[in-house]
Design a protein around this ligand. Structure first.
Ligand code: ATP
Ligand code: MG
Length: 455
């Protein structure tokens, strides 16, 4: 038998201490409490708790930093014992600071007993002996993320530190900067690494489908519900849910999302029994959510809920030192794939690449390298080869897609066919292949749109 886990509460509010004590004792924890952070270190030495609950707002003090200072002092001598911060919602900023200084989680007062218990259990369970003995997961966490510019290292360090907490993280950055990559790395570096990681693209979910997609439905809940369906939240239970493109979520879906995040419960469509879940939330967007909050298109309460820690990934042009590293990394991968061990990028080409703007960021750079490698016959890739492909990618690449309202779908099709014909010098087989069409369906479309060969 294991001894009961020991929990130390540090809070000057006696009512808080005694009610949490009662709650935890009922769950068979051994509990001690102190009302002043001054005696924290001594008590920790004497009591050796397995977990610490630390209040951030000591009413007797006026500076408001006693909780944070206590945290730093504890972490100076003890890096292991999990610490959960307790704080008023108004001082969320303090909790963010705390998280950066080594706290593992954060509970807003007034706290929800179930949430508190679940946080305590997650931390104790996953730090405990049973987990240590099981093999570490094989996923490489942060290892495959490339970049050592100061701006990017700052991002990586923050991401690594918050990974170990249960705090909600908002990842922002232009398209192609690696938001999804960072989100995955945070999950696989977290205490939930072996639990599910469920990704949802909220940009692709209309408000009519939102509930059935996220909460699931029972057979017969509505006309099209021919079978039961498990929603994304349930799939992500005990793990992490990644809410991608959260800035694209419509307002009425935002309300529904907020409710689940606040209450950690939801109802499956067609069933009235609430389901309780325990998920960590990571969100990402390339939109300016602060501006959207000001404009009234994004709910402020949801914004605060998802944005406890903000990880801002700078665009590639603000960390140009990373460009040669990334190019060499991708070339090395391609060497193996295409069995071209001698493949190299000439120094001047790297220099030229560093001068470019890359509005499509790393995705654009990666595509560019892939295309250049595919097209080049020689093992030494020159700047000119990059220049030609870079220009092509600017003309027709995904970076410059027309905006909604500019072109009809038919016009886009015509444009793409023309571009492809031009690119492949009117070679029909190559053009059809590049468009994912058969020769005959390409001919049919050319006839339909009256496209002759391109100059
Ligand atoms: N630091 C990095 N090291 C290696 N590869 C990276 C890095 N950052 C991004 N990538 C690669 O670039 C591509 C784009 O990354 P990702 O999909 O994560 O970007 P994103 O910010 O989510 O883009 P979007 O806003 O368009 O969804 C992926 O292929 C990813 O693996
Ligand atoms: Mg993405």
């Amino acid at each position: 038998m294991f001894d009961a886990p020991k929990i130390l509460i540090i809070d000057d509010d006696l009512a808080v201490c005694s009610s949490i004590k009662l709650l935890l004792k009922r769950q068979d924890f051994e509990v001690d409490s102190i009302s002043h952070p001054k005696v924290a270190l001594k008590t920790i030495e004497r009591f050796s708790p397995d977990l610490i609950l630390l209040d951030m707002n000591f009413a007797i003090q006026t500076t408001g930093t006693e909780g944070l200072n206590a945290l730093k002092e504890i972490r100076n001598v003890n890096t292991k014992t999990p610490i959960i911060l307790m704080t008023g919602w108004a001082t969320v900023q303090l909790a963010v600071e705390g998280m950066k200084n080594g706290a593992n989680d954060f509970i807003a007062k007034p706290w929800d007993n179930k949430q508190l218990l679940s946080s305590i259990k997650t931390l104790l369970d996953l730090n405990g002996p049973t987990r240590h003995s099981s093999s570490r997961n094989e996923i490489k966490e942060f290892d495959h993320i490339i970049g050592d510019s100061p701006a990017f290292l700052k991002v990586l360090n923050l991401a690594k530190r918050v990974a170990k907490t249960d705090a909600s993280v908002l990842i922002t950055g232009e398209s192609g900067t690696g938001k999804e990559l960072i989100a995955e790395a945070i999950h696989y570096e977290s205490l939930r690494a072996k639990r599910p990681f469920v990704k949802v693209n909220l940009g692709g979910i209309s408000s009519t489908l939102f509930e059935s997609e996220m909460f699931g439905h029972k057979k017969g809940a509505f006309t099209d519900a021919v079978t039961d369906r498990v929603g994304r939240f349930e799939m992500a239970d005990t793990g992490t849910i990644f809410l991608d493109e959260i800035g694209d979520l419509e307002l009425n879906s935002q309300v529904k999302l907020l409710r689940v995040l606040q209450e950690q419960t939801f109802e499956v469509l067609g069933s009235s029994a609430p389901k309780r879940i325990n998920v960590r939330v990571i969100s990402a967007t390339n939109k300016d959510l602060e501006k959207m909050v000001n404009d009234g298109t994004f709910r402020e309460d949801l914004f605060y809920r998802i944005n406890l820690i903000k990880v801002e990934i700078p665009p590639l042009r603000d960390r140009r030192d990373d460009i040669p590293l990334l190019v060499n990394y991708y070339v090395n991968n391609l060497k193996a794939i295409y069995n071209r061990p001698e493949l190299k990028v000439e120094g001047f080409a790297l220099h030229w690449l560093q001068q470019q703007e890359f509005h499509g960021n790393i995705r654009q750079l990666k595509n560019l390298v892939e295309r250049v490698v595919l097209m080049s016959a020689d093992d030494k890739i020159t700047a000119d080869e990059f220049k030609t492909q870079y220009r092509n990618s600017m003309k027709g690449g995904s970076v410059n897609l027309p905006q909604v309202g500019e072109l009809t779908l038919e016009e886009v099709e015509i444009l793409m066919i023309r571009k492809a014909l031009q690119f492949h010098k009117n070679e029909i087989t190559a053009t059809a292949n590049s468009l994912g069409l058969t020769r005959s369906s390409l001919y049919r479309r050319m006839e339909k749109y009256n496209i002759d060969h391109c100059e």
